[in-house]
Ligand binder design. Structure first.
Ligand code: C2E
Ligand code: CA
Ligand code: CA
Ligand code: CA
Length: 275
């Protein structure tokens, strides 16, 4: 093993201290974020690979505080661990459902991310059910995205929770699919509607044969189980044609559209992916 020198320890010490400070600042900042109106939502369009047309949007949370933009990758897990995610998640649901209700066309879907903790929350189903009623948002146009981790962390409960959500008419997507954890066999018990292939694998398409095979395998498996598949993080035409060739159902990514504020959703006539 490599021998640690005194300088190394000081370096790691400082790094850890910096991380702890950043984490503390995020947690403290989050306490004020809702009241100070520091959150807003962006919407990223998804397109069908069969028709090339817009089929729906994923809602993505944005946080801007003290003139600084903080990525969800940096604050969602902090909120998850501190428990603040329950309140933030509720804000997201209310905000997205109420601002998109008048805009969303009847043949489009809207996807919202649920963190593991939020997904396993006791009152999640009645809370969502009440919101849908109150805001007149059609349940069959709502999709909830749940990560593989949220599912394997408590599989039995996940099955029950999904089944309750499905009774309301809501669709379920498994997010970041392929990043590990879940046994593919048990997936069948879940009654999910869609799989979202993680952008890591899409990024590697045409760079790594292994990843291409994995994407192919996921698509085969999905077809077998009657699941529809969305590829995320599609950035190039090459990736796009590869995915079409492999029979993927839909894509989301910069090659089609970036996440955008609601004003732009309202105005934009979405480009078709291909004709
Ligand atoms: P995610 O659910 O996997 O969302 C997709 C991420 O990929 C988004 O990052 C999106 O902006 C980004 N993306 C989309 N197209 C492309 C592309 O072509 N190339 C690349 N490189 N990236 C692309 P974002 O918005 O920074 O969100 C990061 C993560 O934060 C999300 O990953 C999700 O796990 C979490 N998140 C975002 N909003 C919420 C929320 O409202 N609730 C919860 N619980 N989590 C959220
Ligand atoms: Ca997602
Ligand atoms: Ca994802
Ligand atoms: Ca992700």
């Amino acid at each position: 093993a490599k021998k640690l020198r005194k300088g190394d320890i000081t370096f790691y010490d400082e790094q850890i201290r910096e991380q702890l400070t950043q984490r503390y600042n995020i947690e403290t900042g989050l306490k004020r974020a809702i009241d100070q109106h520091e959150f807003h939502i962006q919407y990223q369009p998804q397109a069908s690979l069969k028709t090339g047309k817009l089929i729906g949007y994923e809602a993505l949370l944005r946080w801007q505080t003290a003139g600084q933009f903080i990525s969800p990758d940096d604050f969602i897990h902090v909120a998850e661990e501190s428990g603040q995610i329950e309140q933030i998640g509720l804000w997201v649901l209310k905000q997205v459902l109420s601002e998109m209700q008048p805009i969303l066309a009847s043949d489009q879907s809207l996807s919202i991310n649920l963190s593991p903790r939020q997904f396993h929350q006791n009152n999640l189903v009645p809370v969502i059910s009440n919101l849908l009623n109150k805001l007149h948002f059609p349940a069959n146009q709502l999709e909830l995205e749940i990560t593989e981790f949220a599912i394997v962390s408590n599989f039995e409960r996940a099955i029950a929770q999904i089944s309750e959500l499905k009774k309301l008419g809501i669709s379920i997507a498994i997010d970041d699919f392929g990043t590990g954890y879940s046994s593919l066999i048990r997936l069948r018990e879940l009654q999910a509607d869609r799989l979202k292939i993680d952008k890591h694998f899409i990024n590697q398409l045409n760079k790594s044969d292994k990843d291409e095979q994995l994407v192919e395998y996921i698509l085969m498996l999905a077809k077998n189980m009657n699941l529809s598949v969305v590829a995320e993080g599609v950035e190039t035409q090459v990736q796009l044609s590869k995915l079409r060739e492999l029979g993927c159902d839909a894509i989301q990514g910069y090659v089609y559209a970036h996440p955008m504020p609601i004003e732009k959703v309202l105005k934009s006539e979405h480009s078709v992916l291909f004709c």
